[in-house]
Ligand binder design. Structure first.
Ligand code: NAD
Length: 270
């Protein structure tokens, strides 16, 4: 399996990365360094995670060439709007200690504001300081609303997606629109790792349930960013390129869907 996915603008985005939500600055530094040393090239943070500085330090500690890394951060809700989005982006870059990010996302679809935020993000993209731009937590109708004023189509939509929330209709829409699907809380925040179906499939392949889920995302053409702050688990979550789930196993995992949201519904968030 190719380890990167080509986005609509030609950027190559790694299919598997590290997420750092609810990770403190100092733990972010260690986790990012371990991840990069274990072979990760994609790191997913956000201004609201308050660990962009720690992420930047981890990147520098790992000593990887900047062009080999793919860094995502996100525009927080309170900063949405044209001028505030420009300002928030500059501040994120400053905290990260980088002169560009690989992907900048609108974190949530704040009604009445996301079109203006997007105009700023298009300018940031055109300036080369974000190599790709996209959205997060956008339903189809939010993307349609965005496209009424957008010049550039989002390259990615990062949505809650795991075996108990498989989002089939939205995924089909995004794939047809040429917008890459990225899963947040891909392991169901760790709450589905005891699921007997996942454990049994793992036993057949001598893999853990976490590895089975990550492999299911990859084989479904979904970019995936599991979070961990433990070195062993960070390594384990990346050790998924040496086995393959059968079609029957993929269908069994698809069948675990119960439309269970762990986070807010994008039509109803604060
Ligand atoms: P996740 O689904 O990645 O689960 C992480 C949890 O699973 C860990 O805290 C740990 O308890 C457990 N875990 C991880 N690896 C394990 C292993 N190998 N063995 C046993 N347990 C393991 O949850 P998440 O952090 O919510 O989501 C991943 C990332 O997605 C976040 O860190 C963040 O970057 C992103 N995210 C984005 C949004 C958004 O609104 N765009 C929202 C939530 C998360």
């Amino acid at each position: 399996m190719k380890k990167t996915k080509r986005l609509s603008n030609g950027s190559e985005m790694p299919r598997l990365g590290l997420g750092v939500w609810r990770v403190e600055e100092k733990d972010a530094t260690n986790s990012v360094q371990w991840a990069i040393e274990s072979g990760y090239h994609l790191i997913d943070t956000a201004a609201v995670y308050k660990n962009e500085k720690g992420v930047g330090e981890g990147i520098r500690a790992a000593g990887i060439k900047r062009e080999e890394l793919f860094v995502t951060t996100k525009l927080w809700n309170a900063d949405q709007g044209y001028e505030s989005a420009h300002k928030a982006f500059d501040e994120s870059l400053e905290r990260l200690g980088l002169d560009y990010v690989d992907l900048y996302l609108i974190h949530w679809p704040v009604e009445g504001k996301f079109n203006d935020s997007w105009r700023a993000m298009e300018e940031i993209y055109e300036s080369g300081r974000a190599k790709a731009i996209g959205v997060s937590n956008f339903h189809q109708h939010h993307i349609e609303e965005l496209m009424k004023t957008a010049k550039i189509k989002p390259m990615v939509d990062q949505i809650e997606l795991h075996p108990t929330l498989t989002q089939v209709a939205l995924r089909e829409y995004l794939m047809q629109a040429g917008i890459a699907v990225e899963a947040w809380s891909p392991l169901g925040q760790g709450k589905i790792l005891q699921n007997p179906t996942l454990v049994a499939i793992g036993e057949k392949h001598q893999k853990t349930a976490a590895q089975v889920i990550i492999r299911w995302h990859l084989q479904s053409d979904i970019i995936v960013i599991p979070k961990s702050v433990h070195e062993e688990r960070i390594k384990e979550n990346f050790d998924v390129f040496d086995f393959e789930l059968s079609d029957a196993e993929m269908k069994q995992i698809d069948g675990l869907n119960i439309n269970e949201r762990l986070g807010a519904d994008p039509d109803n968030f604060d």
